[in-house]
Design a protein around this ligand. Structure first.
Ligand SMILES: Nc1nc2c(ncn2[C@@H]2O[C@H](COP(=O)(O)OP(=O)(O)OP(=O)(O)O)[C@@H](O)[C@H]2O)c(=O)[nH]1
Ligand SMILES: [Mg+2]
Length: 239
């Protein structure tokens, strides 16, 4: 595979993704048979916790982390990071559980860690590769990335992609500071903190697709935070 990861943990944040997980988990297990899949679920009412407990009984590489209630994407990813570090992961991968991120790209993201601390599965590096998105959603995402780049200067085309691979050291560096953001801003904040700490960041082109099943969690609050947060990061704590 070209990566130097002795142990890889894939971190999935899930809320009401049971129908996607039924097919995603087998796909992930097949792509990375030695890897572990940590699924942080916020007690989804669609039966995800029960599904995970059942799968974990027969597959020790599926690691459910069930939390009491919905606490947001960012805090779920952080909980997954903590668990992965406790499990001695050398490399960590995050992706959405709704098939927007094709698991087939995981090996190339991990391979990119040979020369980087963070590899971003990038929709906008060397072109735009987004399938089945309404044009307004695409424009919002492209604008958000321009906005973030202008304010924070992180030298990447896609700072809001949730499809990423991290070396352990990058996650440890990220976890040393308090992370305030939720939503897309969370992804920007952790990337910015890693960038400020001198972590090497590369982009690997991916094709992004609209979610397969279930519902979006995009909201006005998420967009509002995305407008404000880059300014708070730029002029706030530099830790
Ligand atoms: N544990 C947990 N997971 C969450 C929460 N909110 C979102 N997620 C998961 O985080 C991932 C990304 O969320 P999405 O709803 O797909 O967000 P999005 O990609 O911006 O929106 P879509 O256009 O619907 O795909 C998915 O796997 C969600 O199930 C939450 O509060 N808790
Ligand atoms: Mg999604």
């Amino acid at each position: 595979m070209g990566s130097s990861c002795e142990k890889t943990c894939i971190v999935l944040a899930t809320y009401n993704e049971a129908s996607n997980l039924q097919t995603l988990l087998p796909a992930l297990r097949q792509i990375l048979p030695d890897g572990y899949v940590i699924v942080v679920d916020d007690n989804s009412p669609d039966g995800t916790p029960q599904l995970l407990e059942e799968l974990a009984r027969t597959d020790s590489h599926i690691v459910p982390v069930i939390r009491a209630g919905k606490q947001g994407y960012g805090s779920a990813v952080l909980a997954g990071f903590q668990r992965a570090l406790e499990m001695d992961a050398q490399c960590l991968v995050t992706l959405d559980a709704d098939f927007s991120h094709d698991p087939a790209a995981i090996p190339s993201l991990l391979a990119a860690l040979a020369q980087a601390d963070i590899a971003i599965g990038s929709r906008y590096y060397q072109g735009v590769r987004v399938l089945n998105w309404h044009v307004s959603r695409l424009l919002l995402s492209l604008f958000a990335n321009r906005y973030v780049r202008a304010i924070l200067g992180i030298p990447v085309a896609d700072a809001t992609s949730g499809y990423r691979a991290y070396r352990r050291g990058a996650v440890e560096a990220i976890l040393t500071s308090r992370i305030d953001s939720q939503g897309y801003s969370f992804l920007v904040e952790i990337l910015y903190r890693a960038y400020r700490r001198g972590m090497r960041i590369v982009e690997v082109p991916i094709i992004y697709s609209e979610r397969r099943e279930g519902q979006s969690k995009m909201s006005k609050g998420v967009i509002f935070e995305a407008m404000i947060r880059p300014w708070l990061l730029r002029f706030g704590r530099q830790a």
